[in-house]
Ligand binder design. Structure first.
Ligand code: HEM
Length: 452
């Protein structure tokens, strides 16, 4: 006889520990001691959060029993209604129809066209680092990933346009300023930002619709305004708009965190830096360029990125609304409850990962291949049919970032403190990642260059 939801083991989470970045480890410890499903009381909520943690929980929620869970009822209360409904917060059958139309814009083949655009944004931003001396690499990564998203997804090209778009988004996402705002003044500023954003994006969509596909820029927006569903119907302007908003939201903060942390990890491990530098140098052409295909083949860098995504997961937990009752781990959970799937906590389970708190990219190399011992062990990008649509995009963008930096600059951490990786849904790095940047005198002879 399954137990009831009220009988779930309870984990009390001191908020200070969450703020200090200990949430994934605490959830993993609870799952190890009490099993993969438990509850966490939250101060301002009527009902405790139900957490599910571990490879079996991931497989259950993301794949085998996904019909019990709503993305809309999970994500929309968190991201709000302002951005509308995009892939992240839609349910089937509407989601399946829309995802089919978007998939062609995110294949590996598309990355061939996107990578040069990404590289241009990266080079342009990085150019000013040496004269600045110390930069916050988290913020720099954010500026780059937003620039890439605005350029490659939505086709913005001038720096002024991208800066304005960034300002509008940040006003909507993080614009509340305690020093000058009360709730009404913030709501008015956010509404004005939203109005301008909607007008700008709708104009852009209209211009693209008027252009034949063959003459359009090779970016994500071009693919989507010309896509047709099985009945030959295009997406409406309002649908394209909502998708673009959600792509910008889902795609840039997450890639920011991964990019910032990968650079930090490499800068603090000189031997690893050298090995990655040599790998990048081997793949670099005489004229200094590096292609999408070469980036894809950088195996060591791939393991570094996977290990960083495991230990510094950009998405900490994902929410789901329960739409029909289910049984898991000996407990019966009724419809109407909210479940949180602890992705980052899954990455800290000692039953899956050897010394889970240690940064060790070699765990992904044969014969260890710890991620392959159980399906759904590594879920940095989610999994199953709703795996992140931007997985190829994000991985190649971070590779392009590292390849550029490692070819042109030396990095050293500018603080004795390890950055703090915290957050409840997506990760934040509150103190940033201060790093000292020096330009390399000779570019193109990385095969011989040794780091001090
Ligand atoms: C390091 C970077 C990234 C990480 C770690 C990441 C992580 C994730 C995760 C965990 C999910 C699953 C959410 C769930 O199951 O509820 C997801 C979904 C999604 N991601 Fe990403 N993401 C990243 C980059 C991107 C980029 C670059 C884009 C777009 C260009 C993107 C767009 C999306 C969308 C649209 C979904 C919803 C897909 C669906 O449900 O069909 N993400 N992402």
């Amino acid at each position: 006889m399954p137990k009831t939801v009220e009988q779930l083991p309870v984990l009390e989470l001191p908020w200070d520990n969450v703020m200090a970045g200990e949430l994934p480890t605490m959830l993993a410890q609870m799952a190890t001691e009490q099993g993969p499903i438990f509850q966490v009381p939250v101060d301002d909520a009527d009902e405790a959060n139900i957490f599910m943690v571990g490879p079996e929980a991931n497989r259950f929620v993301l794949h085998t029993h996904r019909e019990h869970f709503s993305h809309d009822k999970g994500w929309t209360p968190i991201i709000g209604d302002d951005f509308g409904h995009g892939l992240l917060n839609m349910d089937d059958p509407e989601h399946a129809r829309h995802r089919k139309m978007w998939n062609p814009a995110f294949t590996s083949a598309c990355m061939e066209a996107y990578v040069p655009l990404m590289q241009a944004v990266i080079a342009d931003r990085a150019r000013r680092w040496p004269e600045r001396g110390v930069v916050d690499m988290q913020d720099e990564s954010r500026q780059i990933t937003f620039g890439v998203a605005a350029t490659v997804l939505a086709g913005f090209h001038s720096g002024v346009e991208v800066d304005r778009l960034r300002e509008l988004f940040y006003t909507m996402l993080h614009g509340f300023d305690e020093a000058r705002d009360n709730w009404d003044s913030y709501a008015a500023r956010a509404a004005a930002a939203r109005g301008e954003l909607v007008r700008t994006l709708l104009q852009l969509i209209a211009r693209r619709r008027a252009m034949p596909l063959a003459d359009s820029p090779r970016d994500v927006l071009s693919v989507i305004v010309h896509a047709r569903d099985e009945d030959g119907e295009p997406l409406t302007d309002v649908q394209v708009l909502a998708h673009l908003n959600i792509l910008l939201v889902a795609g840039h903060e997450t890639t920011t965190t991964l990019g910032g942390w990968v650079l930090y990890r490499l800068a603090t491990q000189p031997k690893l830096w050298q090995r990655v530098q040599a790998e990048v140098a081997r793949g670099t052409q005489e004229d200094g360029t590096i292609t999408a295909e070469t980036l894809r083949g950088l195996r060591l860098l791939d393991m570094v990125i996977r290990e960083t995504g495991r230990l510094n997961s950009p998405v900490i937990n994902v929410p789901r609304g329960v739409v029909s009752p289910f049984e898991f781990g000996g407990y019966q959970i009724p419809a109407g409850r909210q479940v949180r799937l602890g992705l980052a906590a899954s990455h800290r389970l000692p039953s899956v990962w050897r010394e889970p708190e240690r940064f060790d990219p070699e765990r992904f190399a044969p014969p260890r291949e710890e991620d392959k011992r159980q399906p759904y062990a590594l879920v940095t990008f989610g999994g199953g049919p709703r795996v992140c649509i931007g997985i190829n995009f994000a991985q190649i963008e971070v590779k392009a970032l590292v390849a550029h930096v490692i070819q042109h600059y030396d990095l050293a951490t500018a603080s004795d403190q390890m950055p703090i990786h915290t957050g409840w849904w997506t990760a934040e790095v509150p103190g940033g990642i201060p790093m000292r940047v020096t330009g390399r005198t000779t570019v193109g002879d990385e095969r011989e260059v040794a780091r001090p």
